[in-house]
Design a protein around this ligand. Structure first.
Ligand code: VHI
Length: 125
């Protein structure tokens, strides 16, 4: 269990589809969100790439990270997380994300509007 491959959804209803992992734990995928910061943005699928930690012998506690490259805005979101298997066998991806938008100037670079942090939980679709 806790094989990352397949379809996942989070509490916002976004759908993430992850490819099989290669022997180094690398994977690709797509992220489909319906959440837009401004209404005139049409959300489309965005590509992602990620990597599972393959160096630990503990196959049930592996951590991972991935980066979503938003196709409809000049921004990226990195997710880091871990998969947990519940008592009833269901799997949950507990993640923390960091969103980076573009800043007009280096002075603006510190501004809260260009980066945000949060958490998301994903369950199998
Ligand atoms: O579906 C989920 O699970 C979570 C929601 C993810 C929505 C992402 S956040 C970046 C991009 C996408 N929607 C949107 O309006 N974006 C956008 O406008 O980015 C520009 C931006 C950058 C930084 C701060 C605000 C907006």
């Amino acid at each position: 269990q806790c094989n990352l491959e397949g379809k996942w959804k989070n509490e916002l209803g976004s759908i993430m589809t992850l490819s099989p992992l290669d022997k180094n734990g690398f994977f690709t995928g797509t992220y489909h969100t319906t959440v837009t910061a401004n209404s005139n943005l049409v959300t489309k699928e965005s590509p992602l790439m990620g990597n599972l930690n393959v160096f630990t012998a503990d196959t049930q506690q592996r951590v991972f990270g991935f980066l979503v490259n938003w196709t409809f805005s000049n921004s990226v979101t990195s997710f880091v997380g871990q998969c947990f298997v519940q008592k009833d066998g269901t799997e949950r991806l507990q993640t923390t994300w960091l969103l980076r938008g573009s800043a007009a100037t280096e002075e603006d670079n510190w501004s809260q509007t260009s980066h945000r942090v949060g958490t998301n939980v994903f369950t199998r679709l």
